[in-house]
Write a protein of this length. Structure first.
Length: 247
């Protein structure tokens, strides 16, 4: 004889509803904690970037890696007042001619690179500064995403003059030679303040490949590139694209 089914307990729907409420509560708490963590990270990142508006950055991950690899590096921080103005104009002409006109990303240059199908990058001085100061070298989506975030924060918190100052003090000019003061002494036995237009142009010309180009004993390519940079530096001085450097 078949056993009759027992009627459902009225408590079962209540248990299911309670379980759903607990799961929903756990999900809500997870999202609150996640948003809080993201907020804390953003605040710390903003504070980190803001600090370096006033304090010279000690270096970056790549600089530390080179120090461990080589055992020593050459680097001496100098303020913008002790860097020849032509050096600042030269690096803008060489690396980012529209530096004073954009907010971290040169969209015209990016579109030109895409249209030409070129493999060359379109990184601005601000993006390169973000990479050199806060991140590591390499090509992956995580680093590019972080670089974009730091680029926007730098542009929001630093004046353009400060960006160039930091860039010139942390850029690599030869193996183990970081910053414009060390580069001026290394290549020309002079100071950053006393660089001539030719010397400044040659230093700017080695930046894309500092380990394979030499500013003191330049190849014909570097000579030609330096001549082009000298023309560019004079042009942006005339047309106002270096006005954001001030003094």
């Amino acid at each position: 004889m078949a056993r009759a089914k027992s009627p459902k307990s009225p408590r079962q729907p209540q248990r299911k509803a309670g379980l759903l409420r607990r799961v929903a509560g756990q999900i809500e708490r997870f999202w609150r904690k996640l948003l809080l963590a993201i907020g804390v990270v953003l605040v710390l990142a903003f504070a980190w970037v803001a600090l370096y508006r006033f304090v010279p950055p000690p270096g970056g991950i790549y600089l530390a890696q080179e120090y461990r690899r080589l055992g020593e590096i050459q680097r001496d921080w100098v303020p913008m007042e002790r860097i020849a103005p032509v050096m600042a104009r030269s690096v803008i002409a060489a690396e980012d001619a529209n530096f004073c006109l954009h907010w971290g990303f040169d969209m015209n240059e990016i579109r030109r690179v895409i249209e030409q199908g070129s493999n060359r990058g379109a990184s601005t001085l601000t993006q390169q500064t973000a990479k050199n100061v806060f991140l590591w070298h390499g090509r992956n989506f995580l680093r590019k995403g972080l670089e974009s975030g730091f680029t926007l924060m730098i542009e929001a918190l630093w004046p353009k003059r400060r960006i160039v100052e930091v860039y010139l003090n942390i850029a690599e000019f030869d193996e183990g030679v970081f910053g414009i003061e060390a580069a001026a002494r290394h290549y020309f036995r002079t100071t950053a303040a006393d660089l001539t237009p030719v010397q400044a142009a040659r230093l700017a010309a080695v930046l894309p490949a500092p380990k394979s180009r030499n500013a003191a004993n330049p190849s014909q390519f570097v000579r030609n590139r330096a001549a082009s940079i000298m023309d560019g530096a004079a042009t942006i001085a005339r047309d106002g694209r270096a006005n954001c450097l001030g003094g």
